[in-house]
Design a protein around this ligand. Structure first.
Ligand code: NAG
Ligand code: NAG
Ligand code: NAG
Ligand code: NAG
Ligand code: NAG
Ligand code: NAG
Ligand code: NAG
Ligand code: NAG
Ligand code: NAG
Ligand code: NAG
Length: 804
């Protein structure tokens, strides 16, 4: 009954939240459509792929519409959050990801309001999908869409349940269709599947529950069950369960199957475990005298009974009070953590929407882990840490340290039971790994910033050490059969034998860069937990140097990371190209030019290898020279510079000028250029997949004028875009205040004071921000138009630099 107590506690807690949420309403600055559209109007191709529906911070359910993709668009793309601006609605579903690329995951446990079933094949979405007649309306915790059939559908969410209200047109029927086999389709690769299901309904049809069984999607993985329990506020006049032969996206001619109806109150898709069980569903018809029908749907990964209990999170039938509750939660838990003041509404929208997007994933499924009993917190939908480790999780650590602590504990608990922490993970299945074992970086970042509460760091370090020492089994991913893409480090055998990853493995160059940082992360935690290991992992973190080839030339610069054979010779390549930039390419979603700048823990050695500060600066400038890119990565790239604002490997590059004495103003220049050119408050205001909020968190950092150097307790100084910023450091009551004058004069730092003292370093230690004893601190910026060389102090640290 632990979960019951939890449900009660969460109700009590949320009441408390409403009571104290009388202060500023930040949710009015959140524009849920930012990042839903790509460069082509109406299409989600190359979009932020953000989820615009209703949810709570780290919500276990994410309630929103699923739509078709535009038919004529000739580039294949998937609607990863289920949503495209101009697609037809096929269902309202309870589970979504946000900002992801690759192939879609979820779009599960649907309802679809219909006004007629004439000409409708309940098993064929093309016969009932609905275009929208107006722009959708969304605010935090609330979503509304107008369907061509005259139905207006509203939705909201609590932590584990959704509430939907369907307003029907006067004439016509009142139906709700549940097709349990619905999911967000892919363009072919890594397709999800409906596998099986069970459903039962009450005699009167006013509630139904059961489970759907699904498999695969981006993370791969076998069958998993999602339990549901739903209730209507109105008793239907007629309810019929139905079934029909399985469809499979790879089988022709199964979409024209017709449903077989039954008056029975239970239906099973087929033998439990059978992968081609019948599709099942239910059709509910409501009396003509009601104008609207409201439904609540609870979701559990443990049991249908628990899904029913979750309905208690939404006590009445008033959707608006659920939405208000959601708003209060977002204000209190997340948005009020950074209070910014400005008269510029555009900037407020960009900022608070960015802050909102940064706290949608991973999903908090504490108490909802079907696979093992544990008192630890549980999180799912790490999609993926490759994206989020760089600056999203450091943001969470600064403003919501308790959440970061819980996420770290969840990662460690996954290691306890499954032997490897994930890099990607959805529906309780580790997968897939794009580069290194980046949970190592998450743990190191938490460790160096002092997160201890309840984290067993002995186990934490062991979990990291598993990544560094244990070869994961090869899952023979068809996109790269050369090593595991499920978890751990697929190229570990090379790493241990040669000190770098050789071209025998997919993504050898980027893996070498990633493993270097991963082992640096181990050395950081080893300082406290296993001092005898520090030298070993610091030594291994120099692996990138072994593949630095001083003879490779590109655009008149010499010395680049190179795909290097065991005998030391290199594979022919162009540092400006990563070919298809995918799983078997030399580098993943970034060109060697970009990865050659990605050594945050040893910028000193990197600068030396690039010929010293002057050459380094010229080369860095070249990253931002228009029209030099030769790598078209489709939806994963934006702009024409080698620096790619649309993807994570380039995230820190604009700020590397801080590592050069007296050049901090160049970082400010880049920060402004990139933000102003690529981010805005329109639907295509994010220059690539938001990736669980990674891009959004990057924007948040730029706007407050700081950037975290992940795995070190260090932040680079940029320039704030607001006069008054108050960062609340968790629930401690301490704040970091950032006051800025001269914003109207220009973007460049004229001088900076930290806690009232003049500051000459282009960086701040974590302690400088949160205070030596967590008491907070204050920054005072004076900005202006002059490119002041104020940063005369020591450059940011290079803790990975050492000589034998
Ligand atoms: C519509 O349903 C078919 C299976 O019947 C499925 O293959 C297709 O992906 C669905 N389309 C959408 C947009 O959900
Ligand atoms: C949406 O449905 C309409 C018919 O109602 C159809 O003409 C249109 O092609 C559909 N669009 C998409 C993207 O499915
Ligand atoms: C899609 O069509 C447009 C316009 O016809 C064309 O410019 C573009 O190259 C096409 N893209 C692909 C990937 O075929
Ligand atoms: C589907 O089945 C119909 C009738 O059984 C047949 O005429 C048609 O050729 C089939 N289509 C495909 C793609 O197999
Ligand atoms: C408000 O901010 C936006 C985005 O930075 C900028 O484009 C716009 O010029 C600003 N408006 C004013 C009045 O300063
Ligand atoms: C950490 O976990 C290990 C077992 O994995 C246990 O032996 C140890 O006592 C734990 N440490 C703390 C401080 O709880
Ligand atoms: C570092 O690695 C080199 C080989 O790459 C080895 O010779 C040296 O002993 C190592 N040092 C430490 C401290 O592990
Ligand atoms: C490289 O140097 C040569 C000779 O100095 C010059 O002609 C060429 O324009 C340079 N290329 C680039 C990309 O700067
Ligand atoms: C090094 O190894 C590569 C790959 O096996 C081979 O093609 C190359 O000829 C070797 N080079 C030398 C100098 O042995
Ligand atoms: C980059 O290329 C585009 C298209 O070829 C051209 O219009 C633009 O002037 C070029 N920009 C620069 C800075 O060379």
């Amino acid at each position: 009954m632990r979960w019951l107590r939890k449900a009660v506690t969460s109700l009590v807690a949320s009441t408390a939240v409403s009571a104290q949420s009388s202060t500023r309403d930040y949710t009015k600055h959140v524009n849920l459509f930012i990042g839903t559209e790509g460069p082509v109007s109406g299409s989600a191709y190359s979009a932020g792929n953000v989820f615009p529906g209703a949810t709570l911070p780290f919500g276990a359910v994410k309630v929103g519409i699923d739509t078709t993709r535009r038919a004529r668009w000739n580039v294949s793309y998937s609607a990863n959050a289920g949503y495209t601006p101009d697609g037809n609605v096929t269902a309202i579903t309870m589970l979504h990801e946000s900002g992801t690329g690759g192939a879609p995951t979820y779009g599960l446990i649907p309802q679809m309001p219909l006004v007629t079933v004439e000409g409708v094949n309940l098993l064929d979405n093309l016969t009932y999908m609905q275009p929208r007649t107006q722009e959708d309306i969304a605010s935090v915790g609330y979503y509304k869409t107008h369907l061509l059939n005259g139905v207006t559908a509203e939705m909201s969410a609590s932590m584990h349940a959704g509430i939907m209200k369907y307003q029907y047109p006067e004439n016509g029927g009142r139906y709700v269709l549940v097709d349990l086999s619905h999911f967000i389709p892919s363009t072919g690769k890594k397709e999800q599947f409906y596998s099986n299901g069970f459903m039962e309904r009450s005699e009167d049809g006013s509630w139904y529950s059961g489970y759907g069984v699904y498999r695969e999607g981006w993370a791969w993985g076998g069958d998993y069950r999602v339990y549901f329990c739903a209730q209507f506020d109105t008793t239907p006049v007629k309810t019929q369960l139905f079934s029909g032969r399985a469809t499979d996206p790879y089988w022709p001619n199964t979409t024209d199957v017709k449903p077989a109806f039954t008056d029975s109150t239970r239906i099973q898709g087929g033998t439990i475990g059978y992968q081609y069980a019948d599709r099942i569903g239910s059709l509910f018809e409501f009396p003509a005298h009601v104008s609207s029908v409201t439904s609540k749907v609870g979701i559990s990964w443990v049991s249908a009974e628990k899904a029913c209990r979750f309905l208690e999170e939404i006590p009445g039938w008033d959707l608006h009070s659920t939405a208000e509750e959601a708003k209060a939660r977002w204000n209190t838990e997340v948005l009020s953590k950074i209070d910014v003041q400005t008269g510029n509404q555009t900037q407020l929208e960009m900022f608070y929407t960015g802050l909102y997007h940064s706290h949608l994933l991973p999903s908090d499924r504490t108490g909802e882990n079907p696979n093992w009993q544990s008192d630890e917190p549980y999180y799912d939908d790490f999609y993926t840490i490759w994206d989020t480790f760089r600056c999203l999780l450091p943001l969470t650590t600064l403003i919501l340290p308790k959440r970061s602590t819980d996420i770290v504990r969840a990662l460690i608990d996954i290691w306890r039971f499954e032997r490897f922490m994930p890099d990607g993970r959805s529906h309780n299945h580790n997968g897939r790994v794009q580069g290194g074992s980046n949970a190592d970086n998450v743990l190191a970042d938490a460790y160096v910033k002092g997160l201890r509460d309840g984290i067993n760091w002995t186990d934490g370090y062991m979990a990291m050490k598993t990544n560094a020492e244990l070869q994961p089994y090869n899952n023979f991913d068809f996109e790269d059969p050369t090593g595991s893409t499920k978890e751990g480090r697929g190229g570990l055998q090379d790493w241990k034998q040669y000190g770098y990853v050789t071209p025998a493995r997919g993504r050898c160059l980027s893996k070498t860069v990633d493993y270097s940082l991963n082992d640096f992360s181990l050395s950081q935690v080893a300082r406290g937990e296993a001092p005898q290991d520090v030298a070993l992992y610091l030594n291994r973190s120099r692996g990138w140097q072994k593949t630095w080839n001083p003879d490779v030339e590109s655009l008149n610069f010499t010395g680049f990371l190179a795909p290097t054979y065991p005998n030391g010779s290199i594979q022919a390549y162009d540092p400006l190209s990563c070919g298809a930039c995918d799983w078997i390419s030399i580098a993943y979603e970034g060109v060697p030019w970009e990865y050659s700048f990605s050594i945050p823990f040893d910028m000193q050695t990197l600068t030396t290898k690039m010929g010293g500060p002057e050459h380094f600066e010229t080369r860095l400038d070249t990253m931002f020279t228009p029209n030099l890119t030769r790598s078209n990565q489709g939806g994963n790239s934006a702009g024409s510079t080698i620096f790619n604002p649309g993807n994570e490997p380039s995230f820190m590059t604009p700020f590397l000028y801080n590592y050069l004495p007296r050049k901090q103003h160049r970082s400010v220049q880049r920060s402004r250029e990139v933000v102003d050119q690529y981010y805005n408050n329109g639907r295509s205001g994010i220059p690539g997949n938001d990736d669980a909020g990674s891009m959004s968190s990057w924007l948040v950092w730029n706007m407050i004028g700081l950037y975290p150097v992940v795995t070190q307790p260090v932040y680079l100084v940029l320039a704030p875009r607001f006069e008054d910023i108050t960062v609340r450091l968790g629930d401690s009551g301490s704040t970091l205040t950032i006051k800025t004058t001269g914003l109207g004069q220009g973007p460049y730092v004229q001088n900076l004071k930290v806690n009232g003292r003049p500051w000459t370093k282009s960086w701040l230690a974590h302690e400088d921000l949160v205070g030596a004893n967590g008491e907070g601190s204050s920054l005072e910026f004076v900005l202006g138009s002059e490119k002041m060389e104020w940063d005369t102090g020591e450059v940011p640290p290079s803790p990975g630099s050492f000589t034998d």
